[in-house]
Design a binder for this molecule. Structure first.
Ligand code: SF4
Length: 326
């Protein structure tokens, strides 16, 4: 087994990343299925038995696909990717980003400890010092009264969470980045603190996608929804962002196309992944795709085929929220 020293120069890191990416690409082109389902699992089992390594399941956060993957975890070494998990939606497939994700631990540019901006420096000047996590938490709770700041005579005009909680909790605004379920965490955390000011990316769009996906696909997001791609004859991609094109979707779209299905891409632009796989492009003016979709729905609701309604009204009535929407 190759042991990689965590102390790498930037040049070595780039070389290592390039070699890993190339190895993944070569493995993918030779015999990907055999590679994933056969050899790697056997090798993984051998590793586990021989060295006490643990093979664990985890999730790639390289993009919204959240592909499941297996890694080897061993004492005093970096976790190492071995294969995509065959048990989930990505069916064993990963892209080169997922396969090399663990290498970010070797990046010379990664953050190793909290950084504190020197108070006399201008913002964006990059004048930071490294501090410990204990000092960071002390500053967060006690603001300018934190031990490190008092010792250095530094002030930021920050009261600290303790004082804000006592005097004016509504002045605390809690906003977080992108993740699916943080609206629940945000609401709970901010409410416990006493502030109504909370939100996050997930609260603005991802939650709507999740509930919509559950209604029409049976699962949150089309990446995870187990939609019937094997039987889809016409797929209309509307209102999708380019980052929703992970391994899982590439596989699902391949299934649609392999069975002769057609893909229509509705978007102002034709660049990127979806534009490349689509059979037809509907160039809508930004903000009008909703109106186009409603027009299609209206046509579907009124269309007849061989003397019967073209859509399954009973299904819509009993298994979707269409009666409230239409
Ligand atoms: S498609 Fe690639 S980057 Fe995205 S989750 Fe899967 S392995 Fe990670």
């Amino acid at each position: 087994m190759v042991v990689v020293s965590p102390k790498l120069s930037r040049r070595d890191f780039l070389k290592l990343a390039a070699v890993t990416g190339t190895a993944v690409a070569v493995a993918a082109t030779i015999s990907k299925e055999q590679f994933i389902f056969g050899k790697v699992f056997k090798e993984g089992a051998k590793l586990e038995a021989a060295t006490g390594d643990v093979v664990a399941f985890t999730t790639c956060y390289g993009c919204l696909g959240r592909c499941n993957l297996q890694v080897v975890i061993s004492p005093n070494k970096l976790p190492r990717y071995i294969a995509g998990s065959i048990y989930t939606r990505n069916e064993g497939g990963l892209c080169a980003i997922g396969a090399s994700a663990m290498l970010h631990y070797l990046s010379p540019a990664r953050l190793r400890s909290p950084l504190l901006r020197v108070p006399t420096s201008e913002r964006c000047k990059g004048d930071f010092i490294e501090i410990t996590y204990n000092d960071m938490l002390d500053i967060l709770v006690n603001g300018d009264n934190a031990a490190l700041l008092k010792e250095r005579g530094w002030t930021y005009g920050f009261k600290g969470m303790k004082e804000i909680n006592q005097c004016c909790p509504e002045r605390f605004a809690y906003f977080t980045g992108r993740d699916q379920y943080n609206p629940a965490e945000n609401t709970w955390f901010a409410a416990m603190f006493g502030s109504p000011n909370q939100g996050g990316h997930g609260g603005f769009c991802a939650t709507n996608v999740a509930s919509g996906g559950s209604y029409v696909l049976g699962g949150t997001w089309w990446e995870y929804g187990a939609w019937d791609s094997r039987y889809t004859k016409l797929l209309i991609l509307s209102g999708v962002t380019q980052d929703h094109f992970p391994t899982i979707i590439r596989r699902e779209i391949t299934k649609v196309k392999e069975r002769g299905g057609e893909i229509i891409y509705m978007s102002p632009e034709r660049i990127g992944n979806f534009g490349q796989v689509a059979d037809e492009w509907l160039p809508v003016i930004p903000g009008t795709d909703g109106a186009v979709v409603w027009s299609i729905i209206q046509l579907l609701l009124t269309a007849w085929k061989n003397g019967v309604k073209a859509i399954d009204e009973e299904y819509l009535k009993w298994y979707t929220n269409a009666p409230w929407l239409v």
